[in-house]
Design a protein around this ligand. Structure first.
Ligand SMILES: Nc1nc2c(ncn2[C@@H]2O[C@H](COP(=O)(O)OP(=O)(O)OP(=O)(O)O)[C@@H](O)[C@H]2O)c(=O)[nH]1
Ligand SMILES: [Mg+2]
Length: 447
């Protein structure tokens, strides 16, 4: 997410920290690099100018103080960036039941996907959630939501034959009352015109949602300001969900634009999968952007995944006694891929971001994990349970069956052996416990 911006900011910080002597020239260079990085991320020119002036002004007072000054100047950068993102987060507070969230937005910005993502987000937190299909405009919108609902085990109410969203709300009025949280999808349009405004207003009147969130792709960059302002003026939006943060270099522009428009960002969408959603917390966000780490987000993710799975006592026993087999290994790989790409995980670990592990290296690892999964799909149940029977003729068959090479299969077996040893050492601690171990050891932000 925002890789380019993050890498540019990290590399200029690294240079700055490594500089032996901080004078006005080094400082100006540093601020110019930050400027360039922000502009490339489509942050508005006047805003970039304002941030850099603030940083310079505050930092100049520190110049000449030596080592302390460097840290202090990084802190200033951090604070100024947090400031333009709106400082306090605007997390959704579930204040009453049923708590209704209506998602609105133009075509293809991610409303339907986000509805399912938010449903899962709250379901994981113990709420009883349902989805309400109010997109009566696009054919198959109902079916799309039903499919998503199935994936996350959440009930979906709707009627594909009904053309009036208000009638759907009336029809299910009593049903949805039984839930803690109701998330409603709605019809998109190609532009914010009167018919859309009328429809959303009618839906708002009938549903009485506590939150109306504008779902907006981050690829619009600075354009998010105009868009959010228009929606804010025409409809009572309470916030924004910025989607597609993973696929654009313009995310910085979109985030700052929403902040300027006074439209608080509640969530960001970071991928196509249902788990690719995060609550937006400016402080957390900036510290990750600057490579200062975000252990909290990582812990949360690890915890969620650990809670999703029923505790597997058998697996724990097997690991402890060293009877860890390829089936378990496969399950571990799947759990890992659920946490997201390695590069995302690494970004959240304090220190790693700054260490600058080359992304190419991580993507090689990622490809390897994918290959391992394909190889294991070509193994028989017996082989997965008793990897020790996999000798040369089987290796050849597996390589052929999976379209890989003998050395790929051997590498998988070698890695499995290594992990098995490691697991034995861990004595069955699962991901969550592993994450807990991090907690005490990772230093908090230096400020
Ligand atoms: N990469 C990425 N893709 C996303 C994200 N959110 C949604 N998408 C994709 O964007 C496309 C459109 O998503 P939908 O949820 O169907 O959008 P919508 O707003 O409901 O669209 P309409 O119903 O046609 O108005 C789909 O291909 C999604 O997978 C995100 O955070 N990252
Ligand atoms: Mg849709």
């Amino acid at each position: 997410m925002l890789n380019k911006l993050s890498e540019a900011l990290k590399s200029s910080m690294k240079k700055f920290i490594q500089a032996i002597f901080i004078d006005e020239k080094t400082l100006n260079q540093f601020v110019n690099e930050i400027q360039r990085a922000l502009l490339q991320s489509d942050v508005a020119v006047d805003l970039v100018f304002e941030i850099s002036e603030n940083i310079k002004k505050r930092a100049k007072e520190e110049i000449g103080k030596g080592e302390v000054a460097k840290e202090y100047i990084i802190k200033i950068v951090y604070e100024e960036l947090v400031k333009i993102l709106g400082e306090k987060g605007h997390k959704i507070q579930i204040t009453e039941k049923p708590f209704k969230i209506l998602l609105i937005g133009l075509f293809g910005n991610g409303k339907t996907t986000t509805a399912a993502k938010i449903a899962k987000f709250f379901k994981k937190r113990g709420y009883n959630v349902c989805l309400l299909a109010l997109d009566t405009f696009r054919p198959a919108a109902y079916e799309q939501l039903v499919q998503l609902g199935k994936q996350i085990n959440v009930n979906v109410f709707g009627d594909p034959d009904e053309k009036n969203a208000v009638n759907i709300i009336k029809k299910y009025e009593n049903e949805i009352k039984k839930y803690d949280i109701v998330i409603a999808d709605s019809s998109g349009r190609d532009a914010l015109k009167q018919d859309m405004i009328d429809e959303i207003k009618a839906v708002e009147n009938a549903l009485k949602p506590q939150e109306i969130l504008l779902v907006q792709g981050a690829d619009i960059g600075q354009g998010a300001k105009e868009q959010a302002t228009a929606f804010k003026n025409a409809l009572n939006i309470t916030g924004v969900v910025l989607t597609k943060m993973d696929g654009t270099a313009k995310g910085g522009g979109a985030i700052t634009a929403c902040s300027i428009a006074g439209a608080p960002i509640k969530f960001i969408g970071t991928g196509e999968k249902i788990d690719d959603l995060e609550e937006f917390e400016p402080k957390r966000f900036v510290s990750r952007l600057l490579g200062l780490g975000d252990i909290e987000t990582l812990l949360e993710k690890a915890k969620e995944i650990a809670e999703e799975k029923t505790p597997d006592k058998e697996l724990e026993k097997r690991i402890m006694s060293g009877k860890f087999n390829l089936l378990d290994f496969k399950a571990q790989l799947e759990a890992m891929s659920k946490m997201g790409p390695l590069s995302k995980i690494i970004d959240m670990l304090p220190g790693f971001g700054m260490a600058g592990i080359p992304k190419e290296m991580l993507s090689v690892q990622q490809d390897k994990l994918k290959k391992f999964k394909v190889i294991m799909d070509s193994m028989t149940k017996e082989e997965l349970e008793h990897p020790e029977i996999i000798k040369s003729s089987r290796i050849e068959r597996i390589a052929k069956g999976s379209g890989t090479s003998v050395s790929d299969v051997k590498e998988l077996l070698k890695q499995y052996e290594q992990i098995k040893k490691l697991m034995k050492g861990l004595k069955g601690k699962d991901i969550q416990k592993l994450a807990k171990r991090f907690k005490g050891k990772i230093p908090k932000l230096p400020f």
